[in-house]
Design a protein around this ligand. Structure first.
Ligand code: CA
Length: 252
């Protein structure tokens, strides 16, 4: 185990969370020592207080015993897998946001991770700006939301990753695994525009050349199931960029 602490002055400046300016604590659970060290260094430079743990079971003990703002968890770990780690934390009602790191050949397992209660995914190898963007998005969640943190909601749509249930105006909507993962991604940040390559990468783990229009196809499936055949939809097309989830249905 190693502990790194960011520069205090910078931490106070850059880590405002509402009216709270304390330094965010992040636990990195990663058994590839080099990668764990790299992630630590990048996060410490951003002013986060970072700890690392290489063993899944040890990480579970630490996350249960101590209060972290965010967990970054590798999928494959000694003793206890990342998905089991998150599952056990959620079972113990510990809602600390968790970003799961997945290798590209484990893409199909992502839904399993989502079921387990992970908040976000990052396929390896990843770019550090992308990791930082996701860390910022999750670290912004106030502590009070922890217990309900697993349920995503916007407008009249809710998504429960633990029970794998989507509801629209209270009615259950049947979605396939890919549709579910796509909607979950959009619902992570309603109003934010997700580009096709980002959605493709997050949901399918594929490069844009492989399935040029699979995102558009699945967006059309989602719209049909969520919004029927009407002219309006929760999912708005941003021309030339991608898609965003709009809590208020509008023109497609
Ligand atoms: Ca690993």
């Amino acid at each position: 185990m190693s502990v790194f602490t960011g520069k205090a002055a910078r931490g106070a400046d850059s880590l405002q969370s509402g009216d709270n300016t304390r330094v965010m604590r992040i636990l990195i659970v990663e058994d590839e020592e080099r990668l764990a060290h790299l992630i630590s260094r990048v996060l410490v430079e951003e002013g986060y207080a970072v700890e690392t743990e290489a063993n899944g079971r040890q990480a579970l003990m630490r996350a249960l015993a101590d209060k972290y703002d965010l967990l970054i968890v590798d999928w494959m770990l000694p003793d206890l897998s990342g998905v089991q780690l998150v599952k056990r934390l959620r079972a113990a009602e510990v809602g600390t946001p968790a970003i799961m790191l997945t290798a590209r050949d484990q893409i199909e397992d992502r839904v399993e991770g989502l079921d387990a209660g992970a908040d976000d995914y990052l396929p390896k190898p990843f770019a550090f700006p992308e990791l930082l963007a996701r860390v910022r998005a999750l670290a912004r969640r106030p502590w009070g939301e922890e217990k309900d943190g697993a349920i995503l909601a916007a407008g009249d749509v809710t998504l429960d990753p633990v029970r794998h249930v989507v509801r629209h105006r209270g009615e259950t909507v049947d979605l396939t695994a890919k549709e579910f993962a796509l909607l979950a991604t959009l619902l992570q940040r309603p109003g934010q525009v997700f580009t096709r390559p980002v959605l493709l990468d997050t949901v399918w783990g594929a490069s844009p050349e492989v399935y040029a229009n699979v995102v558009d196809l699945y967006i059309s499936y989602l719209r049909k199931k969520l919004d029927g055949d009407g002219d309006t939809s929760h999912i708005r097309t941003v021309r030339g960029v991608g898609y965003t989830f709009d809590p208020q249905p509008g023109p497609r």
